[in-house]
Design a protein around this ligand. Structure first.
Ligand SMILES: C[S@@+](CC[C@H](N)C(=O)[O-])C[C@H]1O[C@@H](n2cnc3c(N)ncnc32)[C@H](O)[C@@H]1O
Length: 261
C-alpha cells in the first residue's frame, strides 16, 4: 500500500452502526469479503454501482489542484472515479480495513491513474487538518460507521468553506409495490446469491438489508447534514430512489471569499 499508513481507529467500544455492528465487527466483516467485494458489488447491483459513483464524482469535475478525501474508500472505486472526474486533484483515499484498501493502489496502477494516495484512516477520527480538502466523499460507507453524526461532522471539518461533502448511500425505496419487492430482493435473493459465490459473503449480504432498513432516509439525512454545518443540501434520488446522492456545501463565514466549484 502506498502513501499514508495512519493507524487511527475508533477507540470507543460502545459504538454501533445502523445495522447494529461495532467497528471491530465491521472491520472483520469487510476483511472477510475484501477479495470478492468488487465482483459481488458489480454483479448484485447489475453494474449500476459504477454509474452511481460516476454521478457522485461529477460533483467535483472542474476542480483544480486541491485535495479530495474519499472516506470508507474500500477497494477505492469512488476514489478512482473522482480522479477521473478531476484529473488535477489529489485524492486521499482512507479506510479502516487494511484488507479492503490494499486493492486501491493496484487498481489505480492498472487504470494508469496517479495522484491518488491510499491509507488507513478512521472516518470518525480523520488524520486530516481542518479545512484541508476541497471535498470529502463517502460511498456506501457512512451507514457502516459507528456514529453517523460524528462521521458527518468529521467530513465537514476537513472540508474548506465553500467545499463539498458528498454522500452516496442506499435508501429504502417508497411505494407500495416497488418498495416491498426491492426489500424482498435485498433480504432473500441477495444473501443467497452472495453466499453461493462466496460463503463468507453471506453474513455481509444479510447485514446489508438490515442496515439499509435502519438507516436514515433522505429527509433525516438532509437534517443531519445541516446539523453538521452544511448548507445548500441536495438529496438526489438514483435508480428509483434505491440510492441517494447527498451533496452539502461547507458554510462560508461572511467574510470568506473562497470559491465553490
Ligand atoms: C460497503 S464498503 C464501501 C466501499 C467503497 N466506498 C465503495 O463504494 O464500494 C464500506 C467500507 O467502509 C469501511 N468503514 C466502515 N466504517 C469505517 C470507519 N469508521 N472508518 C473508515 N472506514 C470504515 C469498511 O471498512 C468498508 O471498506
Amino acid at each position: 500500500m502506498s502513501g499514508l499508513a495512519i493507524p487511527q481507529t475508533s477507540a470507543a467500544a460502545e459504538l454501533r452502526n445502523a445495522g447494529g455492528k461495532s467497528p471491530q465487527e465491521v472491520r472483520e466483516m469487510f476483511a472477510r469479503v475484501a477479495r470478492r467485494y468488487d465482483f459481488l458489488n458489480h454483479l448484485l447491483s447489475l453494474g449500476l454501482d459504477i454509474r452511481w459513483r460516476k454521478v457522485a464524482a461529477r460533483e467535483i469535475s472542474g476542480l483544480k489542484k486541491e485535495t479530495v478525501a474519499d472516506l470508507c474508500t474500500g477497494t477505492g472505486d469512488l476514489a478512482l472515479a473522482l480522479k477521473r472526474s478531476a484529473p488535477e486533484a489529489r485524492v486521499i483515499a482512507l479506510d479502516f480495513t487494511p484488507e479492503m484498501v490494499a486493492y486501491g493502489p493496484k487498481k489505480a496502477a492498472r487504470a494508469k491513474l496517479s495522484g491518488l494516495v491510499f491509507g488507513i484512516g478512521d472516518t470518525l477520527n480523520l488524520p486530516l487538518k481542518d479545512g484541508s480538502c476541497a471535498a470529502a466523499s463517502v460511498a456506501f460507507g457512512i451507514r457502516n460507521v459507528g456514529d453517523l453524526d460524528r462521521g458527518l461532522r468529521e467530513m465537514a471539518r476537513v472540508v474548506r468553506p465553500g467545499g463539498k461533502v458528498l454522500v452516496l448511500e442506499f435508501t429504502k425505496p417508497q411505494g407500495h409495490f416497488f418498495g416491498p419487492l426491492y426489500m424482498f430482493y435485498l433480504k432473500n435473493v441477495l444473501p443467497l446469491v452472495a453466499s453461493c459465490i462466496a460463503w463468507v459473503a453471506g453474513d455481509a449480504y444479510r447485514y446489508l438489508p438490515k442496515s439499509i432498513q435502519a438507516f436514515a432516509g433522505p429527509e433525516e439525512m438532509s437534517e443531519r447534514m445541516k446539523a453538521a454545518g452544511l448548507v445548500e443540501i441536495r438529496a438526489v434520488p438514483l435508480t428509483f430512489g434505491t440510492v441517494h446522492l447527498y451533496v452539502g456545501v461547507k458554510a462560508k463565514p461572511l467574510t470568506n471569499s473562497t470559491s465553490t466549484f
